[in-house]
Design a protein around this ligand. Structure first.
Ligand code: NAD
Length: 443
């Protein structure tokens, strides 16, 4: 099938590559000329396991192309995906300017039936707005061309995006047109062989499904962080509590890890945007607001522990930070907990020596060269001359360190374990002080 995708970010590029992999002819459009140029050279600008070889292979086989030129790309596709960013507006609601700009461009150029499929995470009612925008532009040029708009929210996880895209848990299709549903059924058939994963519903329900999923996941994290904060105060270990509750199949072990707060490009903005949608519709989303507030406080947790350890005076101290990306297996630093920690440390006069397997370039891009940030290629190099170590991202490379070596390199050996990776007893037996999240020993 012939597919066009607007946006070559985490969602657009992965979707494009996976659809091409199944034999479709895919054209990806982006307004970022630099990104398109790099992609044309086979250089994938983001880190996502398995993505680069897939992009290269499909480019070489002529099934995947990149362009900044929207008009021929719209002429190419029977299915036009919108996968552009929906960043938070000033008041926290989703900013639809990129989505509506694509809708306008489609309306300006469409010359035969196509379906416009929205993959971006957008507030309820956006399908109607996209439909209206396309229709207005068609009308302005007296075009009678027919089109359908579908809401098809994306559930891939950064770090596992290719795998998730190839083997989705579910494919949510919000559509009122049987013709559009049939086309998407055909497109997704190769991803839908084992059992029917397609859940068809109306557009509004599909749009809300995406927010509900992210809000539920964020709620699980904030809930566990709240339990961790209670555990810390009552002398309980939240890691034991986690295993104790996870054994109940109604709760389960997934996604109940306490830590230094959630980040990334989705949970923070989506929880906020859903809260704003609720508010705009006359409902005060008390729980969602609390989820956000708990997370915000949690992101300051590591700094509080470190600051308390040094009696509130961090001037001249050096903190080694393992992990910068908002989670393992990505280079994405959007809303990463490491950013809050580093910024708080810098404000307090401390220096950071940081190591991340993939996010060093992104960190450099965000913060530039600064004397109080040293980016190290190797984990142990980050410890040289550092006073203490903070763990912010649970990359595999950090899971089983040589604690004796860590102790030997740190000036005042202490580990602030923002992801509860280590056994506190093993760390203390190796001669280091241990601070975790909610482990009954942090106060
Ligand atoms: P991103 O910021 O990585 O990429 C967006 C891309 O869209 C950029 O390359 C930008 O240049 C391009 N763009 C902007 N305007 C354009 C236009 N008019 N025409 C063509 N391209 C244009 O974003 P992302 O992380 O891929 O997220 C995209 C959407 O998917 C968001 O709504 C996000 O909430 C949602 N989503 C993201 C994830 C994720 O894990 N990143 C998962 C599910 C859903």
């Amino acid at each position: 099938m012939k597919v066009t995708i607007f946006g070559t970010g985490y969602v657009g590029l992965v979707t494009g590559a996976c659809l091409a992999e199944m034999g479709n002819h895919v054209v990806c459009v982006d307004i970022d000329a630099g990104k398109v140029e790099r992609l044309k050279q086979g250089d994938v600008p983001i880190y996502e396991p398995g993505l680069e070889p897939m992009v290269k292979r499909n480019r070489e086989e002529g099934r995947l192309d990149f362009t900044t030129d929207a008009a021929p790309a719209i002429a190419h596709g029977d299915i036009l995906f919108i996968a552009v960013g929906t960043p938070p507006d000033e008041d926290g609601s989703a900013d639809l300017k990129y989505v509506l700009a694509v809708a306008n461009t489609i309306g300006d150029n469409l010359d035969r039936y196509a379906i416009v499929v929205n993959k971006s995470t957008v507030p309820v009612g956006t399908a109607d707005r996209v439909r209206a925008a396309v229709a207005a532009r068609l009308k302005a040029r007296d075009s009678q061309v027919e089109f359908d708009v579908v809401s098809n929210p994306e559930f891939l996880k950064e770090g596992d995006a290719v795998e998730d895209c190839l083997r989705p848990d579910r494919i949510i299709v919000g559509a009122s047109s049987p013709r559009a549903v049939a086309l998407l059924r055909k497109l997704y058939a190769p991803f839908n062989r084992n059992h029917d994963r397609m859940v068809v519903m109306d557009e509004r329900s599909a749009e809300l499904t995406k927010y509900a999923a992210n809000a539920m996941l964020a709620t699980k994290i904030s809930f566990m962080n709240e339990i961790a904060n209670i555990a810390e105060r009552v002398g309980a270990d939240v890691e034991l509590v986690r295993q104790g509750i996870g054994s109940d199949p109604r709760i389960g072990y997934h996604f109940i890890y306490p830590g230094a707060g959630y980040g990334g490009s989705c949970f923070p903005k989506d929880v906020q945007a859903l809260g704003r949608t609720a508010h705009a519709n006359g409902y005060d989303a008390v729980l969602l607001n609390a989820v956000e507030a708990v997370n915000d406080a949690q992101k300051a947790k590591l700094f509080e522990l470190i600051s308390r350890h040094f009696g509130g005076d961090l001037k001249g101290k050096t903190v080694a930070v393992w992990g910068l990306a908002f989670k393992p297996n990505t280079d994405d630093m959007r809303e990463a907990s490491s950013r809050r920690l580093m910024e708080q440390l810098w404000n307090a006069g401390a220096t950071v020596r940081a190591c991340d397997p993939e996010a060093a370039d992104e960190t450099r891009r965000i913060y530039g060269e600064r004397a109080d940030l040293v980016l190290c290629d190797r984990p142990y190099e980050a410890l040289e001359g550092a006073d203490v170590l903070a763990i912010v991202t649970e990359w595999k490379a950090f899971r089983s360190p040589d604690f004796a070596r860590v102790r030997g390199l740190l000036k005042t050996p202490a580990i602030f374990d923002g992801r509860n990776l280590y056994d506190p007893v093993a760390v203390e037996d190796a001669g280091l002080a241990y601070y975790g999240i909610g482990r009954g020993r942090s106060l």
